[in-house]
Design a protein around this ligand. Sequence first.
Ligand code: GTP
Ligand code: SPV
Ligand code: MN
Length: 616
Amino acid sequence: MTTATVPSATQGDVASKPLTTNPHLTAWVEQMARMCQPDRIVWCDGSEAERKRLTEHAVATGTLLPLDQKKLPGCYLHRSNPNDVARVEHLTFICTPTKDEAGPSNNWMAPEDAYKKLSELYAGSMKGRTMYVVPYVMGPLESPFSKVGVELTDSVYVALNMRIMTRMGQGALDRLGPESDDFNKGLHCTGDVNPERRFICHFPQDNAIWSFGSGYGGNALLGKKCLALRIASYLGRDEGWLAEHMLILGVESPDGEMTYVAAAFPSQCGKTNFAMMIPPKRFKGWKVWTVGDDIAWLRVGDDGRLYAVNPEAGYFGVAPGTSSSSNPTALKSIQRDTLFTNVAMTSDGDVWWEGKDGDIPAELTDWQGRPWSRGSMEKAAHPNSRFTAPMKNNPYLSKFADDPQGVPISAIIFGGRRADTIPLVLQSFNWTHGVYFGATMGSETTAAATGKVGVVRRDPFAMLPFLGYNMADYFKHWLSMQAKIQYPPKIFLVNWFRKDRNGKFVWPGFGENMRVLKWIVDRARLRVGGRETPFGWVPRPGDLDLSGLDIPTERVEEATHIDLDEWRRELEGAGEFFTTLGANVPKELQMQRELLLARIESIRTSGPQYHPPTTT
Ligand code: GTP
Ligand code: SPV
Ligand code: MN
């Protein structure tokens, strides 16, 4: 192991005594420490004094660079290893006893093989380093649905990020109590940040996560994708609830009526932006309140409605494209106590990224710490550069963001990044058809994961990289939820990313998505019309409020257009995808697909010329 580059302890990094007497926790920490052999163990209590200490240590050792503390108080920049800038789906494993349990859409390793392989990597890997013990809760501290986790990490950056993203510290230990062994055991070691020696392994049966060789985002902040989605989805199947890659928002009408909506879009496809939307002028008096921007835990309440809780306490948001016109709420949320990762820096200690407001600075330091000048062909900020901001910073944080029961959901929205085929908005005919929307979602790949960008792939429920068990069983689980929900949310499909012949987005998106959201809310409340198409309900002309929208009618038509040939290809693609998932894909979804295909055929063979619906 390379100890030469490892920083030595500073004052802020001195060993501490266990903050609990819980024998399960202390024994596990000792066992992991025997394997990793850190020089010292630091238990995190989540206090302000601790934040200060750890931050000073991170600055002293070069892990964090202070930004202009007058302009951006409490804000720091971190630069990750350039080979470690995104999630690594090909190195992420679900380690269930059988391969079939993980299913064909996941990478699988036998648990004993994974433990053995990673034990060898962990052995002595924290020599010369500190092991931080980071206790945390996913979900509000008082919620009966929340889950306790403990992450052992050699990264002070991870400890500081977990402090923002979760309820971290003494509160988690108090919640766990002196005797319970009901906590997720997360072990994270940055190792030598070698992609050849990088593994993110999940052991759902053991409620354990072992991550080695990456210090970035979802690979390293184990409460987020690893626990709150992969492990939680597995628990949800057994316990009758859903862990989803969804934002949660509340939309308030001028007369104070609140409607809650959850929406699943794949990584870098607009969740944070939608969750923080500022409605355009035309929608004076309307407000959108953020409950969550990435993850939703959905359960059926005693009143038969579906309730959503955001298990996180902060935003790990995409920086590029964030501006006062696209997302002013995010901009306000990152003015203080925010950690920036892989963005560019100005000479006066401010942050910068492509798509930020104002003139492009003439000179910058790029995300790798190199000088950068305007006009350079290279991006100054990495496309997956991020901010980590406390949700408390959000001026439009819902007052129910901390509610132990969550908020009642009236509509579920699925959406992807699709240059063609998928219209601006479509409502499903029923729950099964809505589950079909989710199960067959397609989206272009983005910089959130390593690999090629811009390739359309099936990403069911935006959960392809985040599901902790077999995809076909997950579809079944979604279908089975209908029987449990007395008042099921209405289900919609949206696409903000349709392009014209010149490759330009046809729909303006961002705040203008309020027009679509308004129709969705009104449909969910059964008070606006729609037109039936073979593939779902769409707004009739006049149903979408387009007043004040400064784009030609043809653009709206292009955005809402339904093309039978494109849909036939879409349905064929979905069929091929189902085949890859094995024989267990629920019959309801197979038949749904066949029904839709048959509708196209009957229009083609017997009907008059099909008139695609227009919304204008
Ligand atoms: P993850 O954090 O990776 O899960 O991403 P996310 O789903 O929260 O996506 P986010 O809101 O950060 O948006 C990702 C990218 O899509 C940013 O570059 C946005 O500027 C862009 N984007 C978001 N909403 C819209 C939209 O309505 N239209 C267009 N054209 N782009 C959008
Ligand atoms: C995503 O990729 O969906 C993210 C970022 O939200 S990460 O935490 O890295 O998974
Ligand atoms: Mn995400």
